[in-house]
Design a protein around this ligand. Sequence first.
Ligand SMILES: Cc1ncc(COP(=O)(O)O)c(C=O)c1O
Length: 456
Amino acid sequence: MADAAFNSDAVNMSSKKRSGSSDDQWEQFSAAKKHQVMNKTPPPHAEDPAAALANARHEFGEHGGVNMSIEASATFTVMEPETMRRMFTGELGPDRDFFIYSRHFNPTVLNLGRLMAALEGTEAAYCTASGMAAISSVLLQLCSSGGHVVASRTLYGGTHALLTHFLPRACNITTTFVDIRDHEMVRREIVEGRTKVLYFESVSNPTLTVANVPELCRIAHEKGVTVVVDNTFAPMVLSPARLGADVVVHSISKYISGGADIIAGAVCGPASLVNSMMDLHQGALMLLGPTMNPKVAFELSERLPHLALRMKEHCRRALVYATRMKKLGLKVVYPGLEDHPDHALLESMANKDYGYGGILCVDMETEEKANRLMNHLQNSTQFGLMAVSLGYYETLMSCSGSSTSSEMNAEEKELAGISPGLVRMSIGYNGSLEQKWSQFEKALSRMQDSSLPKKI
Ligand SMILES: Cc1ncc(COP(=O)(O)O)c(C=O)c1O
């Protein structure tokens, strides 16, 4: 398809496509209602992600509803047979409201893509069936067989497994893992001409290492390498594309959804990349097919407007709890704490007023102690739930080494800094802060009581 297929500024013109109806007045009314556009021109450099989101085009429903209508159709009709041919050559595309089939661009999914692009400050974005679909598709689009990736050694376990096992076996794409804080190492491992992608997480899962996005982009760009950043842990808090990254990927299943009820992802980047991923002959999204269901896209587009509020509260509580946990003598990892090695770096890159992220880790040193703590937190005092994932309104807790990072072997976990007793907590905002804190304290004291020798 032509590069013009995705144009985030294009006004939806489907009324033109369907013209020719006998009832002209109705046509004009419904076209006007259907495609009312809040005519706000985004400032050239909207730095604040919430402001950028609010400036994105607002779609109204077919009957004037404040919410957009869902375009649930799998396929789209045309008025003349010739139009179909022109759509397939790429001459007519979604920028002029010509749609072919919903595994390719779909209007409702495209609208969510526009919101994601506004959130991340990229030219375009498209949404996928999961975060892993976004990550695997973008890597397959950017790397051919024999291609090479340099990636952080602290990554979500699934991404680590994709790079370590799946891509070398299935596609002959290999990865060298690096300490993302060691910029000399990153520079050294990039093989000019062969390395296609530098891949890292803005804030790593689960160790909460913060990547120096501007500096890493400078190193990669000097060598012609594309920078792909997973910003799942820090939407709103960090904007990697505004800091120089070429592509931002998300597991929308986490904070952006916020409801722990949807699996979804997004690729945010240049329009040329998004369009290439939908190419009829070479596109990883079009041909592997992990695109998003429009009903899911609708649900998610209703949640993005309150992402900023949710993030602020996740982050506010995480900072309070991390500070208090540290005072109690626990080994806390949280980049909002001044003694975290990346605290100053995060402050220098973070968007104003969102905080330092909603995840904190408590290192209990052994898996047995980690499990005991989580057991009390869930089953004695209801502080949170033992579950993987993050970004939910309830606090979610998991022992990373034996769950979301279990794909890594012992040596890989050690290199990544994942201790066997590391408890990752995604801090929720349900209930009051003090109510939840008292539940935490109670669980901790019960745990201490239960470790005392029993009196006879
Ligand atoms: C940082 C990160 N990236 C990507 C993913 C994969 O996302 P999904 O589960 O939506 O496929 C996860 C899942 O836990 C994650 O934590």
